[in-house]
Design a protein around this ligand. Sequence first.
Ligand code: SF4
Length: 323
Amino acid sequence: MGQVEEVRIAKRTGFCYGVREAIDKAKEASAAGKSTHTLGQVVHNEGVVRDLQDLGIETVESLDDVDHGAAVVIRAHGVRPDVMQRAEERGLEVIDGTCTWVIQEQRELVRLVEDGYTIVLLGTPKHPEVVGLLGFAPDAIVVDEEEEWEAAIPRRKRMALISQSTQPPWKFEQLAAFMVSRAHELKIVNTVCPVTIRRQQDTLDAAGEVDLMVVVGGRSSANTKELTRLCEIAGTAAVQIESVHDLTDPSAFANARVVGVTGGTSTPIEDLRDVAERIYSLGGTPDEQARASELARTALDAAATPAGRTTSLPGLKVSAGAA
Ligand code: SF4
């Protein structure tokens, strides 16, 4: 018999504001009857992409797949400036969903280039945000894991350090400390996103109060992996899953009385509710199993804050003229 007594959803989960805004912009364009596309998946979450498809919003990998005059939404990660320019040249209606925080990073990079700094960018190479940022500072040196730093980072008179938004703050601080001895003048521009910092803090707080954490997010999502790592650092066992469908084994909850649930910045809060419901169904007492849906809603209500809203336009339907 299951013994899970309670499932707690960490505070301030759900989409970050950048992702939410980009999704809302796509929905608004579609609702206004525009043929709407997103350049790349607006968020790496199958359920969300399917919902958008149901509204007539298509994901395209290239601007060449968008017809003249149609709308193309730039996702929160942003793009290189030449992509923006090409979209306009092709006569597309560009709807810029670049997160305001990422726009700030891009502006900072432009300033650092103008001021002649040798720039080190802490980030995951090939991540769309990093690819976009490099369009503003093509010579920036991208570094990720600590083992690379010694070989990749030169010694220069004037150096600057900046970060991809979702990098762990501790890594940024370590790299800053490392770079002190590499430059005569070191300019540090801390662009780790506050949402990332809060998410990690709330996950750590939740992990400290439960027997097991379930972390929900894309397998390749760096910010999700970091949440799992933090739970383990807090001494709490953690299971990382991509969606509720990955939770099938009741034995995972055999030794857990209280289970915490958290998610990455691209994971809708509704997914966390579904996971909470599944945990009650798999690991709860017979009474909890019967009331799993109601209990999961209660867990969600206890966690939801304005910062955890999924989208400000939840009820938008495709208008008559939409594709
Ligand atoms: S993590 Fe922060 S910077 Fe990145 S899209 Fe979300 S809010 Fe914007």
